[in-house]
Write a protein that binds this ligand. Structure first.
Ligand code: 9PG
Length: 553
């Protein structure tokens, strides 16, 4: 266990603010702070002593001593699916969005995609942070792991500061009112091999993956983007079915609806008969029909946005909360609004029971918890949102996307663990002026590698698609191969947006190799990012194989 320096608690009650910095339990007439130091566990819990005298949390954090070791690596899990999450040198910088000019930030609402409004970014070297879990990987390969045991109560921000030699762990609970007990900080400290620390962590949080198998299939997004239609999809479906490689899923992505939020309003020019017939044709071919939805948001030009203002999530000034700038700009919906919940129920029933989609890619989920409530932390709101989706989906399986990672543990069968690939290897230089959740093939691959341990423990990882096609992209053959290999090693979902009819013998061979290399338990034995070289060791057929992807990263 790390050595505790102190715990800081600050709250307001009855018009006054109370603060305490202590290494031991403390109590006043309103609240008690219980500090518990175990051998491999640390807790700082808060109890409100009288339910009719609630407290409003300002801060709860704990500081520990930390001695950064040269050549060790630090991994701290990024906020949501798309947030870049890699092993760092302890003295690296982690960049937020402060460097982006204000008008650009305003226009594109970058702050909304990640943790920028509440996590706190530093400009100093050596200050790194993440959510829920993280580790220090020592030179000898040993993992020193920190994990939160109560992420559904409040998110936990773990921050290392290599220069000040501190690790600070704080709960995302500012402004939330508690009337009874708050589990506060509850951490476990584990040390050992990669498999040991991750198995043990998931055992302690009581999370098991939902029963589900690996998936191999197609999604329309990285081929057509929103420009889909019944005839285009039928061609790609034929390509998938003609292939000698048996697929499981054909998933229709964004673009079938007239506006994001108006899910039952199908674009009749693209799908003259609606989505029922294409879903049926997918099923007839022995495949699971999958559909993309972003249930907690609506875009500005949607019917919902203009006609149901009471469904929109509002900030403390009564203004609708922006979710980001995709489409015509989009807004978060209030998951506690009963009418909105009834609408959600209606469209999920239609999609699942009437149209027959059985895999739902539920996207932009982070929007549900963009702001905490007076009585609920962000994590509590997100947990309610995930429970609601589970209930609404019934038998259909969920592929979570754009979701705060820990909220998805054990709640969805499949989950995206990285950002979108782009059609370039690295995004254009100006893209680096964007947020950590931006589309980037490079970041996507690195997340697949460095979140590989979630696969088969929290859910089945979706590393996003591979592409082998020669058209509509600027990736070299080596780059495409790297993407394909990592995807087949690190995750259990293997999707493409290619039409297999366009594959020549070489590409079919690559696909053959990928399919035989897949493993749900995670075939990667170790992975290291050294400068711009990624080195991956995996369990091959009877022997360990080392792959070195040079000068790419
Ligand atoms: C459909 C797409 C696809 C894709 C999803 C998600 O940060 N961003 O600006 C950003 C834009 C798009 C995006 C993710 C992040 O894509 O991951 O697979 O379904 O929505 O609109």
């Amino acid at each position: 266990m790390l050595k505790l320096i102190n715990v800081k608690l600050a709250y307001s009650a009855g018009g006054r603010t109370y603060t305490v910095t202590t290494a031991e339990s403390r109590e006043n007439r309103r609240a008690a702070l219980d500090v518990i130091l175990g051998e491999d566990r640390f807790c700082a819990r808060v109890r409100v002593l009288s339910p009719d005298r609630p407290i409003v949390m300002e801060r709860l954090s704990a500081e520990f001593e930390y001695e950064p070791e040269k050549d060790s690596r630090v991994f701290l899990n990024g906020y949501q699916s798309w947030t870049d999450s890699i092993e760092h040198d302890p003295f690296d910088k982690m960049r937020g969005i402060d460097h982006i000019p204000r008008p650009v930030l305003e226009k594109y609402a970058f702050s909304q995609y990640g943790d920028y409004s509440f996590a706190g970014y530093s400009h100093r070297r050596g200050v790194l942070h993440g959510f829920g879990y993280g580790y220090i990987k020592h030179m000898n390969g040993e993992f020193e792991f920190i994990g939160s045991l109560n992420e559904n109560e409040a998110f936990t921000i773990i921050r290392t500061d290599a220069e000040k030699k501190r690790i600070t762990v704080s709960k995302d609970c500012k402004g939330v009112r508690f009337c009874s007990s708050f589990g506060g900080i509850d951490l476990c400290f584990l040390r050992g091999s990669e498999n040991y620390v991750f198995d043990e962590y998931f055992r302690r949080i009581g999370v098991r993956p939902l029963p589900a198998g690996q998936l191999f299939g197609y999604t329309s997004w990285y081929r057509h983007y929103q420009d889909i239609s019944q005839s285009k999809l039928e061609k790609d479906l034929a390509g998938l079915v003609n292939s000698e490689h048996k697929a499981d899923v054909f998933q229709i992505d964004d673009g079938y609806q007239t506006a994001v939020g108006d899910w039952l309003s199908i674009d009749k020019e693209k799908f003259p008969e609606g989505l029922g017939p294409i879903a049926e044709s997918i099923r007839e071919k022995g495949l699971v029909a999958g559909l993309w939805l972003a249930p907690f948001v609506c875009e500005k030009k949607s019917f919902i946005y203009s006609s149901k203002p009471q469904w929109l999530l509002k900030d403390k000034n009564g203004e609708p909360v922006r979710g980001g700038s995709n489409w015509s700009g989009f807004y978060a919906l209030d998951i506690y609004n009963e009418e909105f919940r009834a609408y959600l129920r209606e469209f999920f029933d239609t999609v699942v029971k009437e149209w027959g989609f059985r895999l739902l890619k539920l996207d932009f989920l982070y929007a549900a918890c963009l702001i905490p409530r007076e009585d609920k932390t962000r994590a509590m709101v997100m947990a309610d949102g995930m429970d609601l989706l589970r209930e609404l989906c019934g038998e259909a399986r969920i592929l979570g996307c754009g979701v705060p990672m820990t909220s998805a543990f054990g709640k969805v069968e499949y989950c995206r663990i990285g950002c979108d690939i782009s059609l370039d290897w690295d995004d254009k230089p100006y893209m680096r002026l964007m947020h950590r959740e931006r589309t980037s093939t490079k970041n996507c691959i690195l997340n697949s590698v460095f979140r590989r341990q979630l696969n088969g423990r929290a859910f089945i990882n979706d590393p996003d698609v591979f592409l082998l096609r020669d058209t509509d992209n600027t990736m070299t053959d080596d780059e495409k191969l790297c993407l394909a290999e990592v995807n087949s090693l690190a995750g259990g979902v293997l999707f493409t947006s290619d039409n297999f009819d366009e594959y020549d013998e070489d590409k079919r061979q690559i696909l053959d190799n990928m399919l035989s290399r897949r493993s749900c338990a995670g075939g990667i034995v170790s992975a290291d990012l050294e400068g711009s070289t990624l080195r991956v060791v995996y369990n091959g057929d009877g022997a360990q194989v080392t792959r070195i992807y040079r000068a790419c990263f």
